[in-house]
Design a protein around this ligand. Sequence first.
Ligand SMILES: [Fe+2]
Length: 385
Amino acid sequence: MQSVTIINPGKLVFGENSFEQFIADYTALGLRRLYVVSIPPVAAQIANGLDKLRQQGVSIHIDNSIAGEPSFSDFEKLLAAARDFGADSVAGIGGGSVLDVAKLIAVQIKNTQTTAEVIGIRNLKERATYLACIPTTSGTGSEVSPNALFIDDSGAKVGVISPFLVPDAAYIDPALTLSVPASITASTGIDALTHCLEAYTNNFAHPVTDLIALEGVRLIARYLQRACDNGRDMEARAQVALGSMYGGMCLGPVNTAAVHALSYPLGVTYHVPHGLSIALLLPYVMEFNLPAAPQRHAQIGLAVGAAPGQPDIDTALQGIELIKQLIRSCGLPASLDELNIPFDSIDKMAEDALKIQRLLKNNVRSVTHQDAVNIYRAAFNKVEA
Ligand SMILES: [Fe+2]
């Protein structure tokens, strides 16, 4: 059996009202200057808790400026503000982009390395500042992962990947996701499902992550529709949040594969939101990968509700159809056509995707330029009546 390394947050709190637990825990730490990266939609929900900290004498600076995938210049602006503020602690309270920015601020406030030096895998050497991550969407799993992703000056999506980016504490409070609109619930939910799915059907799949990956697929397939149909359905929100956390836990030890690699050009070049680009490609990458791992894809099929007792290929194909149905019934576009992506951009997107070898090496079937072209082609013109 190959080895695996699991690095989780020092403290992981999951459940409704766990934001209150963050306030209590933070108070006990004795820290005094908290830099918060957040988003306006949760401002009212977190206001009381932050007021409690202020009453304890904690100074809080809140930045709400991160919207969409962050660039390094977005990050540098906030880092300078956090240093000016004299932050002794950082909390990210938002979606994946907010958490990624908060994570890198916490490591860079006191780091002697420049940002350019920490880009890449395991180049970052330290983090001296307390970091808490509190997700407000169920999708990226950034609150438990060692990854922070940014757009660089050339427009490429690059990662800082290091165990030091795993926060000291993560608080996953499904109540903070109640106000997320259906379209974002859907796309982030499919992203989370894909983190689990790509961990399970992965060259580096491991029994430790297989357990949570398959369960994450099952939970999201079962509850995402409910969370989209009725955002106030707390049970559905909690189950999807749990699936998302499981997906995040797979990102460190195993990570994603071709769906994510092929999604990057859609995000970087055409600014398609991450989860949406994932949803548009997932079924077609699964169809491509299926011959390389029929048994694993059959298990995915069973987890999403395919009928048992069929040959693996049939179970897997039924599973892919069920995932297509889920994507459609959650209201997401089913084709790159619907987003006005130019068909003649395929060759360039394939070229860009092939550069993401850090993820493609994980894919159960090796992906050539022509394979990537074929997958993008399949993701066009697939609108069904
Ligand atoms: Fe993702």
